[in-house]
Every structure is written in structure tokens, then in C-alpha cells.
Design a protein around this ligand. Structure first.
Ligand code: ADP
Ligand code: MG
Length: 456
């Protein structure tokens, strides 16, 4: 056994898997050990000892160096207990390494399976060879159904073949197109329903073979939230328009109504004219009431304040934006000088403020950058500041940003900061400040007064 090139032949007898004697050969080499030829004889429980001996002899006329028979299937076959010597050493090393390998594998598959995202691996021929529990949950196919299938299984119709072409192209050219990127696509569940997902691709080369792994996150909830966000901004826009119109109409109505009533008092009018004037005056009153009602209707609801931790809320909203930041190549830095004292605020409203600030920061950094979110106590306030390394703005822009409808964006509503301003100043008696340098970035700071703190 001192010859390091002479293979060690190991037979493993197993009663599992299959009724008849099947042989699986596992040639492999482990560091510092001679090559190992390991053969697993499955289903040997049904064989007589003579038949088993014969089978082993047929496979390996020179005999096996080691026979592992954990199930005591052929006690008389197992070579007499091997004494000390290189064989034992090798066997121990081997078992040790196998155990380590198995442990590593268990840890790896444990990690992969505990991930909430779906992790799917395919080989160069587009066949699914890896499929974790997250994938079962998100995609609806069981492991057994998915493994060995073409990836087409989970790709919705228009892209079924496109993806395979991507893989082919990558194998041929090694030109990464989507490798390492986050892409938003639709995927298809087992029941045929499509859902939005964010997928990131990676590729690994193992022993000359390429394996592609996609990490899929179900974006259904995120998408719904984004839509709700857009909807609430639209609603706010409608509300603001109504308030604006109501304000514009109120004064002319007052004038019309005033003149009509004055004229009614004049004596030289005939009855017909008087009648018409009376109708005008009445209609004006009706319109005034309607305008007042409309304004009440769109007036934002009173804040629902509860004592809370601003830094926890900031953390939640950051988490919600995580994919968005990643997609836009924005690194996030969180400076938490907490724990901060609890202050009283409406979590929904302040959440909206942070969302608007994060959205603006993302839009100000179209080529990526850094976002720093700091929470701290400053003077008599708790403050959250959101600093970006984006395009910044000049004083002429900065002077107007809190005005409703002021926007410098092609598709902007100009309402985000107006809403922030209203929520922070009017609803929370706080402050919202901005500091900005063109080309360098902007910092928005929201301050909530400690005097609003709840009694301990
Ligand atoms: P919108 O985002 O729809 O334009 P906002 O009220 O959110 O409306 O913002 C108003 C304007 O303020 C923006 O159009 C932009 O010019 C400016 N602005 C807001 N946030 C930033 C920022 N982080 N960096 C640079 N400019 C900003
Ligand atoms: Mg905005």
C-alpha cells in the first residue's frame, strides 16, 4: 500500500435502492491519497453469501482492499478486522474527508434551502440540476418535478426559447450580458399564473462545465406596493388639483354672489330680471357649498400618531427599497447613532416621507452612487437625514422644490416633496431641510421634535 499510484479498491455493500445487485463506480481522488475506486453494490441484501462473493470476485478478480458493510449483510465477507497499518490510515483519512465533504454539503444545502428566494441551477443544456425549497414555494413545482426538466418549465411563453439562446450564446462567447445583473422579468408558476420577479444570474465553471444559477425573488408584493404608491401620489395630485381649483373658484363666486345680492336690492329692476338675479344668487350659494364640500373631501386625514422609534421605521423602508437600490447600483450606508428616544408620529405618513426622499435620491443618481441614511438626536429633535451623491441642484431649484407641481423631471409630478413638507411641517410640527451642491449631491433632513415624545 505504499505505492501511491496503485488504486485502492473499496466495495460498499448496501441493502438500499433497488432489488438486484447494481454496481455504481465512483472513481475519485482525494488530496494526499492514492486514487480510489469505489464501487457501491446496491440491493445485496437479497443475495446469498456465495452469490455475493461471486459477484465481488467478478467485479474485482484481485479482490477489494476494503469492504465496507455497515449493514452486516455479509459478515463472513468482510475482511478480518484490519490491524494497524497504512490501510487503516487511508480508510480513516478517507472517511474523515468524506464526512467533511458531507458536512460541507449539508451546510451548503441547508443554506440554500433556508433561503427565502428561489435558487435554480441549470447546466449548459438548459436542464435544471438544482432547485431549493424556496423555488418549490415560489414556483409551485416540487423538486422531483423540476429536476431534470428544461428550464422552459418556469419561463412564460414569449421567452421560452430566448433564454436558451442566451445560455448558448454565453457558452459560445463567454460574453456576459445579464450575468451579475438584477433583471425584472415575469415567471410562471405551476398553475400557469405569471408573477413579477427579480432575478440575478451567476455562472460557475466546475471541471470544465458551466453551471448557471438564478436567484429569484417574488416581487408580487413589492410591485403591488409600488402601484399603491403611484396610486396614492396620483390621488394626492387629484386632491391638490381640487384644492387648487376650489381656491381659484371661491373668490369669483364671492364676487358674483355679492353683486347679484346688491342688484336685487336695486328698485328699478322688472320682475323677470329680479327673478333671474335671484336664481343667480341661489346658484352661487349652491356652488359655494359644493366647493367647500369638495375641499373637505380631499383634505388629508388627520395623522394617527403613536409613540415609535424613527430609526426602526427608517430600517424598514430601507429594506423595502433594497432591490431598487441594488438595481440602480446604489450602495447604502446606514449611520445609526441610536437608540433614539421614542417620539410620537404617524408611521404611515413618515414612511411616505422616507419613500419620497429615497425615490428622489434614486432618481438623482441615474448612474449609481451612494446613499447615506443617518438617524440621530440633534438639539431638541430626532432627525433622519438622507444623503445622496447624485446630481444635486442649484439654489434656484432648491428654492422651489417644496412647491406643489414643481418638477425638473420629464415624468415628475412635482408632488413628492410638497407632500413631505405638508406631513412633516403641518402634521408633525417638524422641519424638513435641504442642503445641496450641484454635481455633488443632496442631503434632505427630516426633524421631528422631541417635545412630541410620549410620556414615559
Ligand atoms: P418629482 O420627483 O416628481 O419631480 P418632487 O417634489 O419629489 O417631485 O421633487 C421636486 C424636484 O426637486 C425634483 O424635480 C428635483 O428637481 C428636485 N429634487 C428632489 N430631490 C432631489 C435630489 N435628491 N437631488 C436632486 N434634486 C432633487
Ligand atoms: Mg419625487
Amino acid at each position: 500500500m505504499s505505492d501511491k499510484t496503485q488504486p485502492i479498491r473499496i466495495a460498499i455493500l448496501s441493502d438500499q435502492e433497488g432489488p438486484s445487485c447494481q454496481v455504481v463506480t465512483l472513481p475519485f481522488s482525494l488530496e494526499g491519497l492514492p486514487p480510489v475506486e469505489m464501487e457501491i453494490f446496491t440491493g445485496v441484501g437479497s443475495l446469498s453469501p456465495e452469490k455475493l462473493r461471486q459477484t465481488l470476485k467478478e467485479r474485482q478478480p484481485a479482490g477489494f482492499d476494503i469492504i465496507l458493510d455497515g449493514e452486516g449483510l455479509a459478515p463472513d465477507l468482510t475482511p478480518a478486522p484490519i490491524g494497524a497499518g497504512p490501510q487503516v490510515q487511508i480508510l480513516e483519512d478517507l472517511l474523515c474527508q468524506l464526512q467533511e465533504l458531507r458536512q460541507k454539503q449539508e451546510i451548503n444545502s441547508g443554506i440554500i434551502n433556508s433561503a427565502t428566494d428561489a435558487i435554480v441551477t441549470i447546466n449548459e443544456s438548459h436542464t435544471i440540476i438544482g432547485y431549493n425549497q424556496g423555488a418549490q414555494r415560489i414556483l409551485g413545482y416540487s423538486r422531483e418535478e423540476a429536476l431534470g426538466q428544461d428550464l422552459k418549465l418556469i419561463i412564460p411563453p414569449p421567452y421560452k426559447d430566448v433564454h436558451r439562446d442566451f445560455v448558448r450564446r454565453y457558452v459560445a462567447t463567454r460574453q456576459p450580458h445579464v450575468i451579475g445583473k438584477h433583471v425584472r422579468l415575469n415567471a410562471q408558476r405551476r398553475d400557469g399564473t405569471e408573477f413579477p420577479m427579480s432575478i440575478s444570474f451567476s455562472v460557475a465553471e466546475v471541471r470544465g462545465n458551466l453551471y448557471f444559477t438564478g436567484v429569484i425573488r417574488d416581487m408580487t408584493e413589492t410591485k403591488e406596493m409600488e402601484e399603491r404608491l403611484l396610486q396614492s401620489e396620483r390621488l394626492a395630485a387629484v386632491g391638490n388639483t381640487v384644492t387648487h381649483i376650489a381656491h381659484e373658484i371661491k373668490n369669483p363666486l364671492l364676487i358674483i354672489g355679492g353683486f347679484a345680492r346688491q342688484l336685487l336690492k336695486a328698485t328699478e329692476l322688472d320682475d323677470k330680471a329680479r327673478q333671474k338675479l335671484a336664481i343667480i344668487a341661489e346658484e352661487v350659494v349652491r356652488l359655494e357649498e359644493m366647493v367647500a364640500e369638495m375641499r373637505d373631501f380631499v383634505r388629508p386625514p388627520a395623522p394617527q400618531k403613536t409613540p415609535g422609534q424613527v430609526e426602526a421605521l427608517a430600517g424598514q423602508v430601507l429594506e423595502f427599497f433594497q432591490d431598487n437600490f441594488q438595481e440602480h447600483h446604489i450602495r447604502v450606508q446606514r449611520v445609526d447613532e441610536g437608540p433614539l428616544p421614542r417620539v410620537s408620529f404617524d408611521p404611515k405618513q413618515i414612511r411616505q416621507v422616507l419613500i419620497n426622499l429615497f425615490k428622489n435620491a434614486v432618481e438623482a443618481m441615474p448612474r449609481g452612487g451612494e446613499l447615506t441614511v443617518t438617524t440621530r438626536v440633534k438639539g431638541s429633535n430626532v432627525e433622519v437625514s438622507v444623503a445622496d451623491t447624485g446630481e444635486g441642484m442649484g439654489p434656484d431649484v432648491a428654492a422651489n422644490i417644496f412647491q406643489p407641481y414643481f418638477t425638473t423631471k420629464e415624468k415628475g409630478t412635482g408632488l413628492g416633496l410638497a407632500i413631505c413638507n405638508f406631513i412633516v411641517k403641518e402634521q408633525h410640527r417638524g422641519q424638513i431641510l435641504v442642503a445641496s451642491t450641484p454635481g455633488k449631491g443632496s442631503t434632505f433632513t427630516v426633524q421631528l421634535p422631541l417635545s412630541e415624545a410620549p410620556p414615559e
